[in-house]
Design a protein around this ligand. Sequence first.
Ligand code: FAD
Length: 489
Amino acid sequence: MSSAITRRGFVGAGAGVAAVAALPAASASAAKRTSSTRYDVVIVGAGLAGLQAARYLTKKGKKVKVLEARGRVGGRTLNHPIGGGNVIEIGGQWIGPTQDKLAAVAKDVGVKTFKTHWTGQAVYQRGGKRTLFDVTSIIPPDPDAADAAGIVGKLETMGAKIDRERPWTSENALEYDSQTLETFKQHNTSTPGGRFLTDLAVNAVWAAEPRDISLLHTLFYISSAGNETKKGSFLRLTSTTDGAQESRFVGGSQKVSIEMAKRLGSRILLNAPVRRIEQHGSECRVVSDKGTFRAKQVIVAVPPAVSAFIDYDPILPFDRAQLLQRFPQGNAIKCQAVFKEPFWRKEGLSGYVNSDEGPVKLMYDNSPPDGSRGVLLGFIEGQEARRAGRMSAAARKAAVLANFAKTIGPQAAKPQMYVEMNWSTEEWTRGCYGGFLPPGVWTDFGVAVRRPHGRIHWAGAEHATIWNGYMDGALRSGEDAAKNALAKL
Ligand code: FAD
């Protein structure tokens, strides 16, 4: 391991890593220092994808360096302390059935799971009418629910036929990729309630609007929400029981990344944003604010939209560059209010809410496993997040708490603590939950999604064929990129 660079810049990736204060800003002189070590693989990004790539290669005896822009690991997973040793998750949080890679890695690093609180009455609010229903029922109390079930059934059937590796080669791919999910919705629903419920589900899965997303991408994503032996389903994406929201991590989801990072130790360098990647014959030079690192292969494990801010020499092939111009991140603001106790449970409420009144249209009980504090979680998604992102923080908080009070009760407007995160404002993420593809992109640019650029390999949740966009997919994509890099060493 080299040397001056690592001694000067490294901040240990131990338990307290999330709290480590940022180091001094980037300096041009630092970037000029070149590592004497020639790494087998330099990995850009210490999110789950980058960490898993590093883990895999390290186990194979390879010399790796992970360069992370932030002063912490975990990327889109982030814990926030709420007192009493408890944390809330600011980013990704849930794990569900068939997310086998995430389950295996978490088990390996000793992070346990617990079931999402899922008992009591849910609140359904549409057109000014507030109705309660058993949260375990998958059918909301809406006379138009059958209309929504109809379109979901069609999407399930069509999604089952999509090739997850090469969606653009699937039957009817061009027809599906020539329309938005909104067009499909307009043709396959006929009631206001059916359309509202479809929008709500789409907002919840992609943090985007049906008008933003290619129908082919929708079907690919549905298909990807399974494991090697079982294709996914729309219901699995949206459900809690037997779905992607089924369980959470004890100690918060970022604990998985932190534990992975502990085992990688000084191979991770924080506060080291990568600005430029050069390929010179058999050598790559990865230029960061903490120096230039030499490597045989490079894995870029950052969201596609964020990877476009790196300079590449030689420049990216036209189709990869144009793909990056067409790979937007969704918009979500995650808002949480912390109370002395989950008071709504005593009133028979589950904390789960569906509402047509923004900015928060979807809520969950996000209390710690022992219920020692009460936490209400509200999501602002898609166009609501675009609007709310332009509000002042105070106005947004007031609007969120007004939603909480209207659906859960007046006490919900008076939390002990309020925490929100707009991921679209984060320099190293620029939106969430992940990237999605608008019409025309899969068919014309799909070949460039995972194809390496010389010695540069691509990883990150958006590159996964299984559980694309999820923590599980991030891990799988990191491992896949590591295998490809290894094969070329
Ligand atoms: P990231 O986590 O984005 O990691 C990329 C890393 O690269 C970051 O650490 C970043 O700082 C770093 N980086 C970026 N640019 C550079 C650069 N130039 N140089 C060096 N480093 C750089 N998934 C689920 O499975 N379940 C959920 O419940 C869930 N809910 C979500 C809720 C929210 C609010 C969010 C934000 C995400 C959610 N997700 C969920 C998605 C999930 O968190 C992500 O898919 C996953 O964490 C992505 O991991 P990644 O490694 O691919 O990317």
